[in-house]
Ligand binder design. Structure first.
Ligand code: NDP
Length: 444
């Protein structure tokens, strides 16, 4: 089957999985040209084998809330492809989690991990459990119940989970604690762990920092400085916070943050002190971004999206499909020059078209946010070696990896008119490595 036939077949087989089909169709469109040059791929039915996950575990999670009532949630782990190394990918806790969203994330993760050049396959997991409003004790009991099922399927050389939306250092620690007790081993298995028990320096910062390192590489291709640029960030979680931190450090002016209720616009720029307020608000108090506007007396738009504001650079860092065609047109009209995705698939296909047709620098998440998983890979290496690298060592490696990903995108995505199609570049570079490994390892 050619790529179009595979896509049509997947649409017929999985009609209720729009996010999965969206991610697959973007990749298949990008790789069509190279795929057609390799008839051996078609003979091996490579695309179908690459699009359909190796396996999907789904299970019921039962836990007790603080009132003593028994609650149930669904849990999943999608092991997508492990041809390059152990399955690797985050765990998401959010009410919206379903097989389609996790399948899209696991699919994307396979190509992203390939781009890092580290030996990691692709996976993703999670639950429809919503952490917002839950007590610390409820979070702990839920994480433990989740791992009571998950632990059979994971291990340091088979599948290594990490955090994602709703899963940060606290949740990883609870999950790892339970895993360690059940598996009776101390070899890592989760990444994003605390520094005292095998975590890596720079891992919490890595996705946001990596995104800015990638952005710098993109700006360099046009001789543009980051200093002084007004930046629109969506979200206010892990990725948004460290994106903001690196921007401040490099002299840019982040002016927005958001959460699922609304966004703040601070025309004077979010400073180090204001970011400390956000980190405390979000990571300790578990409050809402509205409180920033109340505290600092700036604009807050309930239910709005940050893309309504004018900015030179857009850094979507919340969730999938949070930036649509209309948002993209607004950004372009207001003079935006670059979009670099901290989140996974935040721009809709229409928005991506608008950016590319307007000639913006546009980096898809699978390239721009790969710094997170890359540093998770570095955490796995340190765990295997049973030693810890310094902050400078890890940061240096992260910078090098992001520059390497940028180089691969340019190699496969540069058009004859000089425009760099980062979507095409990332997809082809990620795909070719996985495809060659699958061909070499035979029909499995
Ligand atoms: P967090 O849970 O720390 O933060 C998520 C942020 O996005 C919160 O501000 C949250 O608001 C907001 N958000 C979540 N869902 C929605 C929604 N449906 N609508 C509007 N806002 C929403 O997650 P991360 O920062 O870790 O992840 C953000 C994105 O980055 C995700 O797409 C994730 O897959 C991606 N990513 C994360 C990596 C990591 O290392 N953590 C690595 C690579 C990619 P609220 O608090 O109101 O829910």
């Amino acid at each position: 089957m050619n790529t179009k036939d595979v896509l049509n077949d997947l649409k017929r087989r999985f009609p209720n999985e729009p996010e999965y089909l969206q991610a697959v169709s973007e990749v298949l469109e990008s790789i069509e040209e190279v795929y057609n040059k390799h008839p051996e791929f078609e003979k091996a039915n490579l695309i179908e084998r690459l699009c359909i996950p190796d396996r999907i575990f789904s299970f019921r999670i039962t836990w007790m809330d603080d009132r003593g009532q028994v609650q149930t949630n669904m849990g999943y782990r999608i092991q997508h492809n492990n041809v390059l190394g152990p399955y690797k990918g985050g765990i998401r806790f959010h009410a919206s989690v379903n097989p389609s969203i996790l399948k899209f994330l696991a699919f994307e993760q396979t190509f992203k991990n390939s781009l890092t050049t580290l030996p990691m396959g692709g996976a993703k997991g999670g639950s429809d459990f919503m952490p917002r409003g839950k007590s610390n004790a409820e979070i702990m009991r839920f994480c433990q119940s989740f791992v009571l099922e998950l632990w059979r399927h994971i291990g340091p050389d088979t599948d290594v989970p990490a955090g994602d939306i709703g899963v940060g250092g606290r949740e990883v620690a609870y999950m790892y604690g339970m895993y360690r007790k059940l598996a009776r081993e101390n070899t890592g298995t989760f990444t994003g762990k605390g520094l005292e028990f095998g975590g890596s320096l720079i891992r919490p910062e890595a996705t946001g920092y990596g995104n800015i390192y990638f952005l710098l590489e993109m700006l360099k291709t046009r001789g543009i400085e980051l200093r002084g640029k007004r930046c629109l960030i969506s979200g206010s979680g892990n990725v948004a916070q460290y994106t903001c931190e690196k921007l401040i450090e490099l002299g840019a002016l982040p002016v927005t943050l958001s959460d699922s209720n609304g966004y703040i616009y601070d025309p004077d720029g979010i400073t180090r002190e204001k970011l400390d307020f956000v980190m405390d608000l979000k990571n300790n108090q578990r409050g809402r971004i509205r409180e920033y506007a109340e505290h600092y007396g700036c604009k807050y738009v309930e239910g709005g999206r940050v893309w309504a504001e004018a900015g030179d650079i857009a850094l979507p860092s919340a969730t999938q499909n949070e930036l649509n065609g209309d948002d993209a047109r607004k950004l372009v009209a207001q003079g935006c020059i670059a979009v670099s995705e901290g989140a996974n698939m935040p721009s809709t296909p229409e928005a991506i078209n608008v950016f590319q047709e307007a000639g913006l620098l546009y980096a898809p998440g699978k390239a721009a946010n790969a710094g997170g998983v890359a540093t998770s890979g570095l955490e796995m290496t340190q765990n295997s070696m049973r030693l810890n690298w310094t902050r400078e060592e890890v940061d240096e490696k992260l910078k090098r990896i992001m520059a390497g990903i940028h180089e691969q995108c340019v190699r496969y995505g540069k058009r004859s008119d000089g425009y760099i199609d980062y979507v095409k570049g990332a997809n082809i570079a990620g795909f070719m490595k996985v495809a060659k490994a699958m061909m070499a390892q035979g029909v499995l």
